[in-house]
Design a protein around this ligand. Structure first.
Ligand code: UD1
Length: 428
């Protein structure tokens, strides 16, 4: 386990650049399996989850190289295996979505059931139902999903909940199906629109991405293309909260402000001053945040991924906030860690009542998942004294150059890599 040390109290100031979207890149990398030839994706983040997807694509026989300039080249002309191994799928849930493209290309796929961040039950029933609706025979046994279909056939698919992953997965599989697929109650996240843009550039026929009804008309084949991934709205949101909680003044470049509207609207409610200029965001705050209630919802609601860092900020707000988590029932597991830092939060089922305290105090805490870890980092930046965040590798799954960006903004952070026993940055 790696540990991040943070000495809180520095006002964050300066300019950083947003990285490319983790969730967007993962979906597009899986979809790249649909085409023969060389796919080039630019603006990808160099983070743990992307390296896991690289390993997955290689395990299937695709050639896959990341270079130093945030670009990944994928050549899936030859797929030598149709089996996605358990040791990779358990590392990251999103790697399960290679099932659809593999099936479409090879007529057969065997993919281990997923793992990933422990934030509650994360079933795969929508994915499986979607693939079955497209005519595949699916067998789920011994921890694997095995699917077979000589030819996928377009169908009507209704999702019980607008699942981002299932929408992307079914949309991807449907591109090479015969006939028309309609996905009802589809997720509307910006990453879905980006995936549709990418698939369309490859020759797919997709309408309605970004709305609750997506129509995919199958085509014979897709060509490999070059595509620039959208900025990571979760990373941007986390640094925006870090700016507000430290009463700082931070500019973030290369963002897509439109993707952040649901989140920015709530950040404004806390008193932060936000200016948007084309692709730059500036967040300023000069007093304690003001309490506000939040309710997480699928896009365009308040994003569940931002709930945890936002609660870290609300924990020092003036007043009491009520936070309701509607997407993942266990996304409150970090609360006990925030309490160790002095936060006054009471959880009642899917809601948490956050009574703002004047200040948090630095403490040793443990990150249990990606966004929980991000919340602890945000809290530590504002806390009095030193915090030790154990399990920072969870955060590395989603945040590129975390210490470098924080240091650039004036935060006092450092890391100990316990495996190498090395201190890799300015230990605060
Ligand atoms: C994606 C994001 C994740 C984000 C989440 C919700 C990636 C890699 N991850 O995860 O960061 O927090 O969207 O915005 O893109 N569900 C089912 N059955 C299914 C699939 C989902 O019941 O087959 C439920 C889930 O348990 C959850 C809800 O649907 O309660 C939404 O999950 P989903 O949108 O699918 O999340 P992911 O795509 O896994």
């Amino acid at each position: 386990m790696n540990t991040l040390y943070v000495t809180g109290g520095s006002r964050l100031e300066g300019t950083i650049t947003a990285s490319g979207s983790k969730n967007g890149t993962l979906a597009i990398m899986a979809a790249a399996l649909l085409a023969k030839g060389r796919t080039v994706l630019t603006n990808i983040p160099r983070i743990g989850d992307i390296y896991t997807m690289v390993d997955m694509l290689r395990a299937l026989g695709a050639q896959c190289e990341i270079n130093g300039s945030n670009t990944v080249a994928i050549d899936a002309s030859e797929l030598t295996s149709a089996e996605a191994p358990y040791d990779l799928v358990k590392r990251m849930r999103a790697s399960f979505t290679v099932l659809g493209p593999l099936l479409a290309r090879k007529g057969y796929a065997k993919v281990a059931m997923p793992g990933g961040c422990d934030i509650g039950a994360r079933p795969i029933d929508f994915h499986v139902k979607g693939i079955q609706a497209l005519g595949a025979y699916v067998n789920t046994e011994h921890g694997f999903v095995e699917a077979e279909a000589d030819q996928l056939i377009g169908a009507e698919v209704y999702l019980d909940f607008p699942s981002a992953g299932a929408t992307q997965h079914i949309m991807t599989a449907a591109c090479l199906a015969r006939g028309v697929t309609t996905i009802q109650n589809a997720a509307m996240e910006p990453e879905i629109v980006d995936l549709a843009d990418y698939l369309t550039a490859m020759g797919a026929r997709i309408d309605g991405a970004g709305t609750p009804t997506i129509r995919v008309e199958g085509v014979e084949e897709l060509r490999a293309v070059e595509h620039e991934v959208i900025p990571d709205r979760m990373e941007v949101g986390t640094y925006a909260v870090a700016a507000a909680i430290t009463q700082g003044d931070v500019r973030i470049e290369r963002v897509a402000p439109k993707h952040l509207e649901p989140f920015l609207s709530k950040l404004r409610d806390t008193g932060a001053v936000i200016s948007v200029d084309d692709s730059t965001l500036r967040i300023r705050a000069n007093s304690r945040p003001v309490a506000t209630d939040i309710v997480t919802m699928p896009h365009p609601g308040f994003p569940t991924d931002m709930q945890q860092p936002f609660v870290a900020m609300l924990s020092i707000a003036e007043g009491t906030s009520v936070v309701t988590e509607n997407v993942y029932e266990r996304r409150f597991r970090y609360i006990s860690e925030l309490q160790r830092m002095g936060a006054d939060i009471k959880q009642d089922g899917r809601s948490a009542v956050v009574k703002g305290v004047e200040r948090l105090s630095g403490a040793p805490v443990t990150a249990t998942d990606l966004r929980a870890g991000a919340a602890l980092v945000v809290a530590a930046l504002a806390a009095e004294g030193k915090s030790e965040i154990i399990g920072i590798e969870h955060v590395d799954r989603g945040y590129e150059c975390l210490e470098e960006k924080l240091t650039l903004l004036g935060a006092k952070v450092g890391r100990v890599d316990h495996e190498r026993k090395g201190i890799t940055l300015c230990l605060a």
